[in-house]
Design a protein around this ligand. Structure first.
Ligand code: DX5
Ligand code: ZN
Length: 221
Protein backbone atom coordinates (compact mmCIF):
# COMPACT_ATOMS: atom_id res chain seq x y z
CA UNK A 1 0.00 0.00 0.00
CA UNK A 2 1.20 3.49 -0.75
CA UNK A 3 1.83 5.44 2.43
CA UNK A 4 0.55 9.02 2.30
CA UNK A 5 0.99 11.89 4.75
CA UNK A 6 -1.52 14.78 4.75
CA UNK A 7 -1.01 17.95 6.81
CA UNK A 8 -4.34 19.32 8.05
CA UNK A 9 -4.64 23.04 7.31
CA UNK A 10 -6.87 23.50 10.37
CA UNK A 11 -3.70 23.68 12.48
CA UNK A 12 -2.09 26.38 10.32
CA UNK A 13 -1.60 30.01 11.33
CA UNK A 14 -4.71 31.55 9.70
CA UNK A 15 -2.97 34.93 9.56
CA UNK A 16 -0.45 33.44 7.14
CA UNK A 17 -2.62 31.00 5.28
CA UNK A 18 -0.93 31.20 1.86
CA UNK A 19 2.53 30.82 3.41
CA UNK A 20 1.32 27.87 5.48
CA UNK A 21 -0.09 26.18 2.35
CA UNK A 22 3.29 26.68 0.65
CA UNK A 23 5.10 25.31 3.71
CA UNK A 24 2.95 22.16 3.61
CA UNK A 25 3.39 21.82 -0.17
CA UNK A 26 7.17 22.06 0.18
CA UNK A 27 7.32 19.53 3.02
CA UNK A 28 7.22 16.43 0.86
CA UNK A 29 3.68 15.61 2.07
CA UNK A 30 1.40 13.89 -0.43
CA UNK A 31 -1.69 16.10 -0.19
CA UNK A 32 -3.32 18.85 1.86
CA UNK A 33 -6.24 17.93 4.15
CA UNK A 34 -8.88 20.67 4.40
CA UNK A 35 -11.41 20.41 7.24
CA UNK A 36 -14.74 22.05 6.46
CA UNK A 37 -16.96 22.39 9.56
CA UNK A 38 -20.36 23.82 10.29
CA UNK A 39 -21.77 24.12 13.82
CA UNK A 40 -24.72 21.83 13.12
CA UNK A 41 -22.55 18.81 12.44
CA UNK A 42 -19.68 19.56 14.86
CA UNK A 43 -19.32 22.11 17.67
CA UNK A 44 -17.11 24.41 15.59
CA UNK A 45 -16.88 26.48 12.40
CA UNK A 46 -13.80 26.40 10.18
CA UNK A 47 -13.81 27.54 6.56
CA UNK A 48 -15.47 26.88 3.22
CA UNK A 49 -14.76 26.69 -0.52
CA UNK A 50 -12.80 29.99 -0.59
CA UNK A 51 -9.97 28.41 1.39
CA UNK A 52 -9.97 25.38 -0.92
CA UNK A 53 -9.70 27.83 -3.84
CA UNK A 54 -6.85 29.64 -2.07
CA UNK A 55 -4.99 26.34 -1.75
CA UNK A 56 -5.59 25.60 -5.44
CA UNK A 57 -4.26 29.04 -6.45
CA UNK A 58 -1.33 29.00 -4.07
CA UNK A 59 -0.03 25.47 -4.68
CA UNK A 60 -1.80 24.12 -7.78
CA UNK A 61 0.23 20.90 -7.88
CA UNK A 62 -0.44 20.00 -4.23
CA UNK A 63 -3.43 17.62 -4.11
CA UNK A 64 -6.45 18.79 -2.11
CA UNK A 65 -8.45 16.40 0.02
CA UNK A 66 -11.59 18.02 1.46
CA UNK A 67 -13.17 16.55 4.60
CA UNK A 68 -16.78 17.75 4.94
CA UNK A 69 -18.00 17.92 8.54
CA UNK A 70 -21.26 19.67 7.76
CA UNK A 71 -24.97 19.05 7.46
CA UNK A 72 -26.37 18.51 3.92
CA UNK A 73 -22.91 18.11 2.37
CA UNK A 74 -24.69 16.89 -0.78
CA UNK A 75 -25.82 20.47 -1.49
CA UNK A 76 -22.23 21.73 -1.68
CA UNK A 77 -20.37 19.09 -3.70
CA UNK A 78 -20.27 21.16 -6.91
CA UNK A 79 -19.09 24.24 -4.99
CA UNK A 80 -16.14 22.33 -3.54
CA UNK A 81 -15.37 20.70 -6.88
CA UNK A 82 -15.36 24.14 -8.56
CA UNK A 83 -13.08 25.43 -5.80
CA UNK A 84 -10.49 22.77 -6.62
CA UNK A 85 -11.17 19.78 -4.37
CA UNK A 86 -9.70 16.56 -5.80
CA UNK A 87 -10.96 14.20 -3.11
CA UNK A 88 -14.18 14.80 -1.17
CA UNK A 89 -14.83 12.88 2.04
CA UNK A 90 -18.39 12.65 3.40
CA UNK A 91 -19.47 11.23 6.77
CA UNK A 92 -21.74 8.21 7.02
CA UNK A 93 -23.41 10.21 9.83
CA UNK A 94 -24.34 13.10 7.50
CA UNK A 95 -28.01 13.85 6.80
CA UNK A 96 -27.97 12.98 3.11
CA UNK A 97 -28.13 9.97 0.82
CA UNK A 98 -24.50 8.86 0.91
CA UNK A 99 -24.81 6.48 -2.07
CA UNK A 100 -25.99 9.40 -4.15
CA UNK A 101 -23.36 11.83 -2.77
CA UNK A 102 -20.49 9.41 -3.47
CA UNK A 103 -21.74 8.79 -7.01
CA UNK A 104 -22.01 12.52 -7.64
CA UNK A 105 -18.49 13.17 -6.34
CA UNK A 106 -17.20 10.56 -8.77
CA UNK A 107 -19.28 11.90 -11.64
CA UNK A 108 -17.59 15.27 -11.04
CA UNK A 109 -14.31 13.48 -11.76
CA UNK A 110 -13.11 13.48 -8.14
CA UNK A 111 -12.13 10.74 -5.71
CA UNK A 112 -14.82 9.91 -3.14
CA UNK A 113 -14.38 8.69 0.42
CA UNK A 114 -16.70 7.76 3.27
CA UNK A 115 -15.84 8.88 6.80
CA UNK A 116 -16.82 7.21 10.07
CA UNK A 117 -16.87 8.71 13.57
CA UNK A 118 -15.41 6.96 16.63
CA UNK A 119 -18.80 6.10 18.13
CA UNK A 120 -20.34 4.74 14.90
CA UNK A 121 -20.16 0.94 14.47
CA UNK A 122 -17.82 0.00 11.64
CA UNK A 123 -20.59 -2.00 9.93
CA UNK A 124 -22.12 1.33 8.90
CA UNK A 125 -19.36 1.64 6.29
CA UNK A 126 -20.10 -1.70 4.64
CA UNK A 127 -22.85 -0.55 2.23
CA UNK A 128 -20.44 1.97 0.69
CA UNK A 129 -17.22 0.00 0.31
CA UNK A 130 -17.93 -0.79 -3.34
CA UNK A 131 -18.54 2.89 -4.11
CA UNK A 132 -15.50 4.63 -2.63
CA UNK A 133 -11.89 5.32 -3.51
CA UNK A 134 -10.98 5.17 0.17
CA UNK A 135 -12.31 5.47 3.70
CA UNK A 136 -11.46 7.77 6.58
CA UNK A 137 -11.57 6.38 10.10
CA UNK A 138 -11.81 9.25 12.60
CA UNK A 139 -9.48 8.74 15.54
CA UNK A 140 -10.92 11.70 17.50
CA UNK A 141 -14.42 13.13 17.79
CA UNK A 142 -14.53 15.58 14.90
CA UNK A 143 -14.62 19.29 15.56
CA UNK A 144 -11.20 20.32 16.79
CA UNK A 145 -7.53 19.83 16.13
CA UNK A 146 -5.12 19.02 18.92
CA UNK A 147 -7.16 16.22 20.55
CA UNK A 148 -5.88 12.92 21.85
CA UNK A 149 -5.88 9.87 19.53
CA UNK A 150 -8.58 7.37 20.60
CA UNK A 151 -6.64 4.12 20.62
CA UNK A 152 -9.81 1.99 20.39
CA UNK A 153 -10.34 3.25 16.81
CA UNK A 154 -7.33 1.22 15.68
CA UNK A 155 -9.50 -1.91 15.97
CA UNK A 156 -11.78 -0.49 13.27
CA UNK A 157 -8.78 -0.04 11.02
CA UNK A 158 -7.56 -3.61 11.46
CA UNK A 159 -11.06 -4.99 10.89
CA UNK A 160 -11.32 -3.04 7.63
CA UNK A 161 -7.78 -3.93 6.53
CA UNK A 162 -8.56 -7.61 7.02
CA UNK A 163 -11.75 -7.26 4.99
CA UNK A 164 -10.25 -5.11 2.19
CA UNK A 165 -6.49 -5.62 1.76
CA UNK A 166 -6.29 -3.10 -1.11
CA UNK A 167 -8.45 -0.30 0.33
CA UNK A 168 -6.97 3.14 1.11
CA UNK A 169 -7.59 3.61 4.82
CA UNK A 170 -6.96 7.07 6.24
CA UNK A 171 -6.78 8.03 9.90
CA UNK A 172 -7.45 11.56 11.17
CA UNK A 173 -7.07 13.03 14.63
CA UNK A 174 -4.29 12.99 17.21
CA UNK A 175 -1.76 11.55 14.78
CA UNK A 176 1.86 11.99 15.87
CA UNK A 177 4.97 9.79 15.79
CA UNK A 178 3.67 7.43 18.49
CA UNK A 179 0.06 7.10 17.31
CA UNK A 180 1.04 6.84 13.63
CA UNK A 181 2.87 3.65 14.58
CA UNK A 182 -0.30 2.24 16.20
CA UNK A 183 -2.48 3.18 13.23
CA UNK A 184 0.00 1.84 10.69
CA UNK A 185 0.34 -1.43 12.59
CA UNK A 186 -3.46 -1.74 12.40
CA UNK A 187 -3.28 -1.26 8.62
CA UNK A 188 -3.84 2.44 7.94
CA UNK A 189 -1.88 3.77 4.95
CA UNK A 190 -2.91 7.44 4.87
CA UNK A 191 -2.21 9.72 7.81
CA UNK A 192 -3.68 13.16 8.47
CA UNK A 193 -1.73 15.23 10.98
CA UNK A 194 -2.58 18.80 11.93
CA UNK A 195 -1.01 20.11 15.11
CA UNK A 196 1.90 17.67 15.03
CA UNK A 197 3.07 18.83 11.58
CA UNK A 198 2.22 22.55 11.71
CA UNK A 199 3.83 22.92 15.16
CA UNK A 200 7.08 21.46 13.92
CA UNK A 201 9.83 23.93 13.05
CA UNK A 202 10.93 21.61 10.24
CA UNK A 203 7.78 20.22 8.62
CA UNK A 204 9.75 18.31 5.98
CA UNK A 205 11.62 16.40 8.68
CA UNK A 206 8.37 15.69 10.56
CA UNK A 207 6.68 14.41 7.38
CA UNK A 208 9.68 12.19 6.59
CA UNK A 209 9.64 10.84 10.14
CA UNK A 210 5.92 9.96 9.97
CA UNK A 211 6.50 8.26 6.62
CA UNK A 212 9.40 6.21 8.03
CA UNK A 213 7.36 5.18 11.07
CA UNK A 214 4.35 4.25 8.91
CA UNK A 215 6.49 2.14 6.57
CA UNK A 216 8.25 0.43 9.44
CA UNK A 217 5.05 -0.31 11.37
CA UNK A 218 2.90 -1.49 8.43
CA UNK A 219 1.79 -5.13 8.83
CA UNK A 220 3.79 -7.58 6.71
CA UNK A 221 1.83 -8.91 3.76
C1 DX5 B 1 -10.82 17.01 13.36
C2 DX5 B 1 -10.26 17.15 11.96
C3 DX5 B 1 -8.82 16.83 11.85
C4 DX5 B 1 -7.91 17.73 12.64
C5 DX5 B 1 -6.71 16.92 13.03
O1 DX5 B 1 -12.18 17.22 13.33
O2 DX5 B 1 -10.96 16.32 11.07
O3 DX5 B 1 -8.40 16.80 10.48
O4 DX5 B 1 -7.48 18.85 11.93
O5 DX5 B 1 -5.93 17.69 13.87
P1 DX5 B 1 -4.84 17.04 14.84
O6 DX5 B 1 -3.87 16.31 13.96
O7 DX5 B 1 -4.26 18.23 15.52
O8 DX5 B 1 -5.57 16.11 15.75
ZN1 ZN C 1 -10.13 16.02 8.98
Amino acid sequence: MKIEILPSLLAADFGLLAEEILRAAASGADALHLDVMDPNFVPNISFGPDVVALAARTAPGFRRCVHLMMSRPDLYLEKFADAGAQTIQVHVEADCDLHDALARIRSLGLAAAAVINPETPIEHLLPYLGEVDGVLVMTVHPGYGGQKFIAGCAAKVSWLRELRPGLDIMVDGGVNAATAALAAAAGANQFVAGSHLFASADMAAAVAELRRIALRSAPAR
